[in-house]
Design a protein around this ligand. Structure first.
Ligand code: IPE
Ligand code: IPE
Ligand code: MG
Length: 234
């Protein structure tokens, strides 16, 4: 791939694990398990092409309403994957971070995450944000409550931004959603204001290297205007 116009920050709504499994007559958790391989692929490709920030929507505030068995299965898988992958991610220079109401996560999962974040905190090659128990509205409400508790009287867009979960991250350049749904589902509501959107019918467990590269190539062809005028382009 040409090295031009690589998105600096990619955010992904990893959807379609359940349908992937259903189509094969498998239980939903198999879809989540195979979907984890797609996560490995997008991390690897991000490192190769020079994406600096990757935010993965892994579990939403609304996903808590799923059957207890699925929720527990996902939490267990998350813990297992972090434990299995953290050493190699660390070697590759990946810094693991989380956004969301993570205090809602089971204590053992939170412990595993903290260990991974601590181990990888000085890495700078790729910032990997896991959105867990994450909701865009919850993030905005949490920010507002912090602003109130600090007694701040006035705020503007730039100062508001510092109260978000990851103020150090630039806003996403590219949002990818797999599995055909064309909605945001309460992801990064504030941050996506000028993000390029890419939707594909491919289900998350099938979203591997080539599909990701296709999305990045599509992004490279876009003209971003941010409400302004770009000379020589219409
Ligand atoms: C995405 O796949 C993974 C999570 C939301 C945790 P889904 O589980 O939503 O799969 P579908 O949408 O039911 O196919
Ligand atoms: C969005 O997918 C959340 C994650 C990918 C973690 P959902 O499957 O929860 O979204 P809806 O229910 O189709 O909007
Ligand atoms: Mg879904």
């Amino acid at each position: 791939m040409e090295n031009k116009k690589i998105p600096r920050h990619v955010a992904i709504i990893m959807d379609g694990n359940g349908r992937w499994a259903q189509r094969r007559g498998l239980p939903r958790h198999m879809g989540h398990k195979v979907g984890a391989e797609s996560v490995r692929d997008v991390i690897r490709v991000s490192l190769e092409v020079g994406v600096e920030y990757l935010t993965l929507f892994a579990f939403s505030t609304e996903n808590w309403t799923r059957p207890q068995e699925e929720v527990m299965g996902l939490m267990h898988l998350l813990k297992f994957l972090i434990r299995r992958e953290v050493e190699s991610l660390n070697r590759e220079g990946v810094s693991i971070r989380v956004i969301g109401r993570v205090h809602k996560l089971p204590p053992d999962v939170l412990e595993e995450l903290k260990r991974a974040m601590e181990m990888t905190k000085d890495n700078t090659r790729l910032y990997l944000y896991l959105a867990l128990s994450y909701g865009g509205r919850a993030e905005i409400v949490d920010a507002v409550n912090r602003i109130i508790s600090e007694g701040v009287k006035e705020i503007d867009e730039e100062s508001f931004r510092h109260y978000l979960y990851a103020p150090e991250a630039p806003y996403p350049d590219l949002l990818i959603r797999t599995a055909g749904e064309k909605r945001i589902s309460n992801f990064l509501l504030w941050q996506l204001a000028y993000t390029e959107l890419y939707f594909t019918d491919v289900l998350w467990p099938d979203f591997r290297r080539d599909e990701y590269l296709k999305a990045i190539e599509d992004y490279a062809r876009r003209v971003r205007r941010f409400g302004g005028v770009v000379e020589g382009r219409s």
